[in-house]
Design a binder for this molecule. Structure first.
Ligand code: FES
Length: 157
């Protein structure tokens, strides 16, 4: 009859075992956290911003074949009327966010900050702006214009 061998685990090896478990757990958690941050960087979660319809006056308020710059709670807006059709743009310069000004003599929008120039349709003519002015959806309902814009309170959809 054989007797079972005495346990090989000593106090020193038990301490090593626990230290390795703690070290291994910390390493796994640290690498997991790092991987999570890396994935978050690669695939950022951008919350959808709620769009709201903002009343923007009546079509008669805009001069025929002209432009009207209005300040709405969600930001400055350009209303342009051509051939009895109304178009809307954000009046926020796509360079660094200044409000563009209408210059009727040149039929251009000029940004006073760095002299960015846009044409009547919001396209960049010259200067540092990287993109045209943002087009906004405008609808006419019951004689009233409504512009679809980001919620002024930054609400999310
Ligand atoms: Fe408009 Fe720079 S902010 S050109």
């Amino acid at each position: 009859m054989e007797e079972s061998a005495p346990s090989e685990i000593t106090a020193g090896s038990r301490r090593d075992f626990i230290a390795n478990v703690v070290l291994g757990t910390g390493t796994v958690l640290g690498l997991g956290s790092l991987a999570y941050r890396f994935l978050e960087y690669l695939y950022p979660v951008i919350p959808a911003i709620k769009l709201v319809e903002v009343p923007a006056g009546k079509p008669e308020d805009i001069p025929a074949d002209g432009v009207r710059l209005i300040q709405l709670p969600a930001g400055p807006v350009i209303l342009e009327k051509a051939d009895n059709e109304v178009h809307a743009f954000s009046a926020v310069c796509t360079h660094l966010g200044c409000t563009v000004q209408w210059h009727p003599e040149d039929k251009r929008f000029i940004c006073p900050c760095h002299q960015g120039i846009y044409d009547l349709k919001g396209n960049v003519v010259s200067g540092p702006p990287p993109r045209p002015l943002q087009k906004l959806q405008v609808t006419l309902r019951d004689g009233q214009l409504f512009v679809l814009m980001n919620s002024p309170k930054g609400e999310q959809a």
